[in-house]
Ligand binder design. Sequence first.
Ligand SMILES: Cc1cc2nc3c(=O)[nH]c(=O)nc-3n(C[C@H](O)[C@H](O)[C@H](O)COP(=O)(O)OP(=O)(O)OC[C@H]3O[C@@H](n4cnc5c(N)ncnc54)[C@H](O)[C@@H]3O)c2cc1C
Length: 471
Amino acid sequence: MSQQLVWFRNDLRIKDNPALFHACQAEQAVTAIYIATPHQWQKHDDAAVKIDFWRRNLFELQQDLAKLNIQLHFFEEDSYQQIPDLIATIFQQWQINQLYFNQEYQANEQQRDQAVMERCQKIGLSYQHYHDQLLLPPASLRTKAGTPFKVFTPFSKHARRHLLNSFHIYPAPEPCKKTTVDKLKHQCDLREISWPTVSKSLYNFWPAGEQKAIARLAEFFQQPIRSYQNNRNLPAVLGTSRLSPYLASGIISIRQCWQASEQYGEVNTDIHIWQNELLWREFYKHTLIDYPQVSRHKPWKIQTEQIEWRHDGEQLSAWQQGKTGFPLIDAAMRQLLTQGWMHNRLRMIVAMFLTKHLLIDWRLGERWFMQHLIDGDLAANNGGWQWCASTGTDAVPYFRIFNPVTQSQRFDPKGTFIRHYLPELAHLSDKEIHLPNVKNKPENYPEPIVDLKVCRIRALSAFKKLKQNVN
Ligand SMILES: Cc1cc2nc3c(=O)[nH]c(=O)nc-3n(C[C@H](O)[C@H](O)[C@H](O)COP(=O)(O)OP(=O)(O)OC[C@H]3O[C@@H](n4cnc5c(N)ncnc54)[C@H](O)[C@@H]3O)c2cc1C
């Protein structure tokens, strides 16, 4: 019996999955594969929490596909290099008609897909791939001069105009149920793959399955969206969607999110700001495609390569472990370590503290985030870090340095967030909690590792030394 083959990667869902939808349109049976590549994941610094999230979602996906009479088969390979051979073997042994997959845009994934497509051509296997991860396809957004956008605001205005009359934003229809199921034997069970072990306590924060993601989107539009403008910067409030892990692993699609925002009614300020966040995601993904150096550990502003970053293992470690003596920084870093996630405002504050006050290379922070985030995404993470370090496209000017104490007073005024993650400071007053002094500081809480004023001046001077202005 011949069949269509769907290769699942970063699109672990049934709804609005272009590759799955198109494969199901054909008459033949559909079979699906997932290829785990633990060594490659390690090379990419993918966090254990994220890999475990994939595992949990794959389990759900397998059940959902079975309801459509589609079997999901698992394979494990060390790295991407082995995948063309594997696809060729599957093609020969399973009587495959056509291969379907959704595009991915990072450099290694593009190389992998190129190698697979070349092999398909050699062995006579036809393939179809689909635009999926973006609202608008790569290279579709250009300035009047025909160049990629370098600044977010004109990019977002241009994107909004395109989205008004683009067919790209409509989710794909539901795939139809197949009448026959493949009779192939499973090569490898999901449980046999080398998954990392993580604490199950995270599962409540990040339940698996596309139904859970869809429910989260609906809940967000019931209440939090109404105060998004006011609450999105307050880490103690559940004011944002918390959809990033689901978007990063393709458990929900960007079109489903955009459509939900359009169906909400009039585009008021809350909706507009939320859509802008989706467009920041879009902007960074387009930047990654248009400027490949950013996926090769290079700054977008190449002249910032000359910054003399400091090498201070002790301070780096204090930052990583949440032991800097600045309560909001420490609470944020402990949120990352315990939840595998961090609030956006806090990501900005801790990233700026590392790159400006400690003057430590943004790449070390980017890596630590990637190794711990459940929503780790190369484009968004790199974009966020380079924004904070003033090395990226449309980045914050180097002289606008967030002060972690005033940010704490402003965005966690009662210290609610700090108290939750730093119970050792819970007894301090709302005023004291933002920067304990020698008298009220408990013994088990560190003293501030740096003097903010001195460090600010040091950062300004390091940036000023650059030959060209990096504003
Ligand atoms: C230093 C730094 C590192 C970051 N690393 C990542 C990362 O690895 N993965 C990631 O998904 N986001 C990253 N972000 C962006 C942002 O912090 C998260 O997307 C956001 O906190 C997710 O929370 P939410 O789903 O509740 O967002 P919401 O406020 O509900 O926003 C909706 C969606 O828009 C997208 N989004 C929101 N803000 C941004 C942004 N600034 N840049 C890009 N996309 C955005 C996300 O997909 C998010 O789920 C980073 C930001 C910074 C400053």
